[in-house]
Design a protein around this ligand. Structure first.
Ligand code: GLA
Length: 726
């Protein structure tokens, strides 16, 4: 069991494949001692340094001078001396808000307890994981806090969550309950996060942590395009392959808050969890509240090592769909091919063409139901538009399958159009506040997913469709953010629960459907990557990465996304040129190579492609099939950052180091450029690698001298090298 307790010094040590995590019970408080490279054995008691602090920092209890404001708390609270941002804030029946948590006990268990209702990491066999549960309590208010720390055998992550229980005889309310907090007693850090917008998701930003609080937050009711619920703290000299990197990823798809605070003593506090904005949760006597999980990965092998830790965890220990480990089909999606203008005949002829070109599944996107011929109507009316699909979904699915491809369908379950039968029948089923405007986004309203009746209705409606027609794939979209968040079924004092209950309802629907239809490959989507997070990846093994299908933009978006999320999670399609989002014209090969390092597919009218492009599709699908297992199981190394220059490059190396695929992209032409070389990594120095073109290199040559980069002729050059040991 990689979790130890030193009884004498009351020290906990959690060891992962790449890190140790150490805490100590001191003076009744649970303090954080260390998180970093593996420590092995040793007595860690010397690590804790109590600081009495001059000036205004309040003293802690006990005779020796020490300051609550400088102590490294494992789960910080407020109101009793720690003036930094807390992980937990409560409101008690007497109106007071101060909480002080002291150690009450602990247990170390095999395996990992389930977290009902929330996405969570999991282990099939108890011996695959160990969990430390430390119980803290506020002895005055009888609040119990259980902190969970799970570590999976052979993985580099510590997965944390907090469970609060009201053990008193009076009600209380949770105002803030974060999933994880780390206090670093010293050290300089850079903070890295992923920001963006619709069609420009997850661009990487890095800056030195300075005094004050940096807050990354979503108040949109979804994890959002704007900021992703992942961030990292890294040593200032840390790069892709070297240096200390601490990654934090929240398994949650709604409002989140991640913060980094550098305090007056130059200690750093990093936290993540559900945003406290507009949040409160009532706890009657005996009731509990559980935070979502946060996955924490440390690596001393830089950002690359940290990403690898997340990729392995999310690939193996998150999504339970059988599709998680199966090769995903190459798809063609009709959205950019036809938008709303299609019918059965068009889809069937697309499927025929798709089959000829090596594509395995046709996805019918938005516009197949009710009167949905543009985006002003019909969301919620999940019955076929008989003008477009005269024989309904069943007949279409059968015809598509007769062409030899699978069949997928688009849904946007959490939404309703004001112009729909559903809305007319149930105007109170949407999020709304009486007397206020019902704010539209993309002409639509949100169903109130905090209502059990709405969720039950969706489960039954979608189940009916999935039972009726042989559907292999579902694209689950979510095309606006939340407003007028107020639930008709919650009492006024319970409205602070509405955002989180919305997510819990969504998760229940997803959970039921993905379990009921395990054979269906579910793809998440939210106007592209507006809900690209580890919460959604628990239910859907892949997510449409961005509505931006421009090759150059995708190099950036996928590069940024790869910081936390594995390639298998990133749905990526080749679309036409000039690109519909940016108007940019890039070569077919460039777009293909960018899309191939993801859940690969096309998003164009195959019947309008030139013969030359068709030949290229056939070649790309054939290549993808040869490379697919390497791409989905191998280790990703980012080689050149598109955020730092004119190029992007990455490579994927098989776990045994015997195969590698290198992808290189150059954006603008560089006349008379230097004779540049791309140095590889992660190979066996002595092994002899052979490229598809028959060139041979030793691993040492590739890693130290590198590959000659092509000369750029015109804009948007790309190159791929598939290398195998002889
Ligand atoms: C969203 C998705 C797109 C497409 C449209 C359909 O924007 O991200 O891929 O499905 O909706 O309306």
């Amino acid at each position: 069991m990689p979790i130890r307790y030193d009884e004498t010094n009351r020290i906990f040590q959690i060891d992962t494949a790449t890190s140790s995590y150490v805490m100590q019970v001191w003076n009744g408080f649970l303090l954080h001692l260390y998180w970093g490279a593996p420590l092995g054995g040793g007595d860690h008691a010397y690590m804790l340094r109590h600081r009495g602090r001059a000036s205004f920092s309040p003293a802690g209890p006990g005779s020796s001078p020490w300051s609550m404001d400088a102590a490294p708390f494992e789960y910080p609270t407020s109101g009793t001396g720690d003036m930094r941002a807390p992980a937990l804030e409560m409101l008690y029946a007497d109106g007071s808000r101060a909480t002080e948590l002291t150690y009450a006990g602990h247990e170390i268990i095999m395996g990992k307890p389930e977290i009902p209702g929330l996405p969570h990491t999991n282990c099939e066999r108890p011996e695959d994981a160990g969990t430390l549960v430390v119980t803290l309590e506020d002895t005055v208010k009888k609040l119990e806090v259980k902190l969970f720390y799970t570590v999976f055998e052979g993985y580099g992550a510590v997965v944390r969550s907090a469970l609060l229980t009201n053990r008193s005889s009076e009600p209380m309310a949770v105002l803030k309950c974060l999933s994880a907090s780390i206090d670093y007693d010293c050290g300089d850090y850079d903070e890295i996060h992923l920001h963006g917008s619709w069609a420009r998701e997850r661009h990487l930003e890095r800056a030195r942590v300075t005094h004050g609080i940096k807050l990354l937050e979503s108040r949109r009711g979804a994890s959002s395009h704007a900021l992703n619920p992942f961030f990292a703290l890294v040593a200032p000299d840390a790069g892709e392959q070297r240096g200390e990197a601490y990654g934090f990823a929240l398994l949650y798809s709604g409002n989140f808050a991640a913060s980094v605070e550098l305090d007056q003593y130059a200690s750093t506090r990093a936290m993540t969890g559900i945003s406290p904005w507009c949040f409160s949760w009532g706890l009657k006597p005996g009731e509990s509240f559980q935070s979502p999980e946060a996955a924490l990965v440390f690596s001393s092998e830089g950002l690359g090592g940290m990403s690898h830790g997340f990729h392995r965890l999310f690939r193996d220990r998150l999504c339970r769909s059988p599709w998680q480990s199966k090769p995903r089909p190459v798809v063609v999606n009709n959205w950019e091919a036809t938008y709303f203008d299609f019918d059965e005949a068009k889809l069937v002829s697309l499927a025929k063409k798709a089959k000829q070109l090596g594509i395995e599944l046709l996805v019918m996107d938005d516009g197949w139901f009710a009167r949905r011929n543009d985006d002003t109507t019909s969301l919620g009316d999940w019955f076929e538009n008989r003008e477009k699909l005269p024989g309904g979904l069943k007949q279409l699915a059968e015809k598509v399958k007769a062409c030899g491809t699978g069949f997928g369908v688009w849904f946007e379950p959490e939404m309703v159009s004001p112009d729909s039968e559903l809305y007319r029948a149930h105007p109170d089923w949407c999020l709304h506040i009486d007397g206020r405007r019902r704010t539209l986004g993309r002409n639509q309203l949100l169903l109130d997913m905090s209502r059990p009746d709405v969720c039950d209705y969706l489960i039954e409606t979608l189940s009916g469709i999935l039972e009726k027609a042989p559907i292999d794939y579902v694209k689950w979209d979510f095309n606006r953010n939340l407003t007028e968040v107020h639930s008709a079924l919650l009492p006024k004092e319970g409205q602070g629960e509405a955002y989180h209950r919305f997510m819990l309802g969504t998760y229940r629907v997803l959970d039921t459907l993905t379990k009921r239809f395990p054979q269906v490959l579910f793809e998440g989507c939210s106007g592209g990557g507006g809900r690209f997070d580890a919460g959604m990846l628990y239910y859907t093994p892949q997510i449409w990465t961005s509505d931006d299908t421009d090759g150059v933009e995708r190099v950036k978006i996928q590069y940024g996304t790869s910081l936390a999320y594995p390639l298998t999670a990133m749905s990526a399609h080749v679309s036409v040129t000039p690109n519909h989002q940016t108007g940019r014209a890039t070569p077919f090969s460039f777009r293909g190579l960018a899309a191939m390092t993801g859940a690969f597919g096309y998003e164009l009218d195959l019947e309008k492609l030139s013969e030359e492009d068709c030949a290229e599709v056939s070649e790309q699908t054939a290549n993808f099939r040869r490379w697919q297992s390497l791409l989905s199981e191998g280790r990703l190394y980012r080689l050149r950052s598109p955020f730092e220059g004119n190029e992007g490059a990455w490579m994927v190396v098989s776990e045994d180091g015997k195969k590698a695929l290198v992808s290189y992209f150059c954006f603008e032409a560089r006349p008379n450029a230097p004779l540049d070389r791309l140095r590889l990594t992660g190979l066996h120095a002595e092994a002899l690698y052979r490229s598809e073109e028959g060139d041979e290199f030793t691993g040492a040559q590739l890693m130290n001298f590198g590959l000659h980069l092509p000369e750029t002729k015109g804009e948007y050059t790309s190159a791929a090298w598939y290398l195998r040991t002889k």
